[in-house]
Design a protein around this ligand. Structure first.
Ligand code: UDP
Length: 241
């Protein structure tokens, strides 16, 4: 039985990156199709007000705290998490495991051409990795994506359709997909392909990745206001005891 840490209704796995990778590797060997989610504070704030979305997140086999906001919220609530486990880092760290075990990886999502570029970048670092298929995230009918993934005989799918689309996709289609593991990873393919740059290391270290994103894409402001709202909700809950 895994111990979960409840942060405003979302039940996180309180794991280090290493432990998350061990869980991921174990799910790769299991028979039933599992899905993993990586909620950041924006998503967690949505889940606070959306019961259906919260249920989809909590139905995942692995729930990783993506972002400093979630870690801060947990700390405020006196149920600290071991560390932030960013989705993009989890995905990148999983690649050598996929390479070693010969698992087939399918890249789903982002704008046309991005998944192919991400695959190229992955193969430069991990030449033995098997990327069995790619598909952009602007398909009209989910069944097209389901068919492509099954035809490619994928073991693992990086599902990068943005939240909450990717989480609903994984939950809804898990029963008909012949895969071991799907991971909801937002803008990860853009990050790996280099079409959207990640913050410099010093900003990541100072927990300022959100500020970098805001400067680069000011249109995200509305969305990003959910981060302070999430922290405020944690403070309110703590004060209520
Ligand atoms: N996206 C997609 N299909 C859609 C909507 C979005 O494939 O219908 C992609 C989009 O191109 C981007 C990713 O989903 O690559 C979501 O990125 P976002 O920045 O919203 O995610 P975050 O990095 O915040 O998790």
């Amino acid at each position: 039985m895994r111990v979960k840490t409840d942060v405003l209704g979302v039940l996180y796995d309180n794991v280090t990156m290493q432990e998350a990778l061990e869980r991921g590797a174990a799910l790769l060997e299991a028979d039933a199709p599992a899905y993993c989610v990586t909620p950041n504070a924006e998503m967690a704030y949505e889940a606070l007000h959306d019961e259906a979305f919260r249920a989809v997140l909590n139905g995942a086999s692995l729930v990783l705290p993506d972002g400093a906001g979630v870690v801060l919220g947990a700390k405020i609530l006196k149920t600290p998490l071991k560390q932030k486990v960013a989705g993009i880092e989890f995905a990148q760290n999983l690649l050598p495991i996929l390479e070693e075990t010969g698992k087939h990886l399918f890249l789903l999502g982002s704008k046309p051409g991005v998944a192919e570029l991400a695959a190229e970048k992955m193969l430069q670092k991990h030449p033995k990795l098997c990327v069995c298929g790619t598909m952009d995230g602007y398909f009209k009918d989910d069944s097209e994506a389901v068919a492509r993934i099954n035809e490619a005989r994928a073991d693992v799918v990086f599902v990068c359709l943005g939240a909450p689309k990717q989480e609903y996709f994984m939950q809804k289609h898990a029963p008909e997909l012949n895969v071991h593991l799907m991971i909801g990873l937002g803008g990860t393919l853009d990050g790996i392909a280099g079409t959207v740059k990640r913050a410099p290391r010093w900003m990541i270290r100072l927990q300022l990745e959100w500020l970098y994103r805001l400067i680069k894409q000011p249109s995200r402001l509305g969305r990003m206001m959910r981060l302070p709202k999430f922290v405020f909700a944690a403070i309110k809950k703590r004060m209520k005891g």
